[in-house]
Design a protein around this ligand. Structure first.
Ligand code: PNS
Length: 159
């Protein structure tokens, strides 16, 4: 049973994240989407539980995907779940430096945990949770960027 962990803030999940999850679900037996939260930092727009619920709704069609929230080091979660890999999305070259740094730090912390990079569809290469929130806040149409329940929640919360 090969488990991969797809970690992130997911505040909230976008269609770009969903594309990465669908790709990972084809490669691994189980994909655990892990919502990072830091109890020392202010909560984002949505609580960790809300983000997990959005992910569960958006991945209901994938029976080998589940979601959880976690606090603390990602490699500790990977050890607890006996995960073979961490999955991260690479949208563009601009993502590379940050991702490379994290992958190498995680390797220092646990050399057995591999990081695997997946590339979402090109049409999602510009998409980020931050930009979607900004567009929603300014009353723009976000329906093609996020799953429907997320679009409804963003509109409700930000406008
Ligand atoms: O979607 P994001 O915000 O780019 O995700 C970053 C995330 C959550 C993957 C990263 O901050 C993380 O792994 N946080 C958990 C704490 C940890 O392990 N930090 C060391 C990472 S090298």
């Amino acid at each position: 049973m090969r488990t991969a962990i797809y970690p992130g803030s997911f505040d909230p999940i976008t269609n770009g994240h969903l594309d990465v999850i669908e790709r990972a679900a084809k490669l691994f037996d189980h994909v655990l989407v892990a919502v990072a939260h830091n109890s020392q930092k202010p909560v984002g727009l949505f609580t960790p539980d809300e983000r997990v619920t959005f992910i569960e709704q958006a991945t209901a069609h994938l029976d080998n995907v589940s979601a959880t929230a976690f606090d603390g080091l990602l490699v500790r979660l990977a050890e607890q779940k006996n995960a073979a890999a961490l999955v991260r999305g690479l949208r563009a070259v601009s993502d590379f430096e940050y991702e490379f740094q994290m992958a190498l730090m995680n390797r220092q912390l646990n050399p057995d945990v591999e990081t695997v990079f997946l590339t979402p569809r090109e049409e999602y290469s510009y998409l980020s949770s931050r930009l979607v929130k900004e567009v929603a806040r300014l009353d723009g149409d976000i329906t093609k960027f996020v799953p429907a329940p997320v679009a409804a929640a963003l509109t409700h919360r930000l406008t």
